[in-house]
Ligand binder design. Structure first.
Ligand SMILES: [Fe+2]
Length: 185
């Protein structure tokens, strides 16, 4: 994987909004980031922090949807590049197959999702895990510093509407769009 891949920016810039009012959430998140190395203990703490937030806070302020894509609501962005985004989904909304920055977490708040996880292989990518999620849970992956090759996945909304909260160590729109890759089963 290298810089010849298209990024996600062209596809998703138009459905990205900035939402104020979540500064405390972002400050708490950044205090965890700054307290430790980018490793599994820190990843676990970040996952639990976001999961706790969605358990205790309704995301009904994000009940604005679009028919053909999910809506990206940026609720926090740190000068270092870290960002937190609430995604608003309608049934059938599906991401590209895509990569992520060094740290990527995604937490399911409500609704039902199909999660497909891929790995690079000779000549393309292969599906290595497929799960249906209909409860509150958080997943995360840590990759290489400074690269956007971390964790290949595709998310699809299976319920009428849904929300998820995503945390990235850098602008996720710089991730690569792998929709044109050959998929091996
Ligand atoms: Fe993603």
């Amino acid at each position: 994987m290298n810089d010849t891949y298209a990024t996600l920016r062209a596809k998703y810039s138009a459905t990205t909004k900035q939402i104020a009012g979540y500064e405390n959430f972002m400050n708490g998140l950044m205090s965890i980031v700054k307290a430790g190395a980018m490793d599994t203990p820190t990843g676990d703490k970040l996952r639990d922090y976001v999961l706790n937030f969605v358990k205790n806070n309704s995301l009904s302020a994000f009940n604005h949807y679009e028919d053909n894509t999910y809506v990206r609501n940026i609720i926090g962005r740190d000068a270092s590049g870290w960002e937190a985004i609430v995604m608003s989904w309608k049934k059938g909304s599906r991401t590209a197959i895509h990569t992520h920055p060094q740290f990527a977490s995604y937490t399911f708040a409500d609704g039902e999702f199909l999660v497909e996880i891929f790995e690079p292989c000779e000549g393309g990518i292969k599906l290595v895990n497929k799960l249906t999620v209909n409860n509150q849970m958080g997943l995360y992956a840590i990759g290489e510093e400074g690269k956007f090759t971390n964790h290949i996945h595709r998310l699809t909304c299976l319920s009428e509407t849904a929300h998820s909260l995503h945390v990235y160590s850098s602008d996720a729109l710089n991730g690569f769009n792998l929709d044109d890759e050959r998929i091996f089963e």
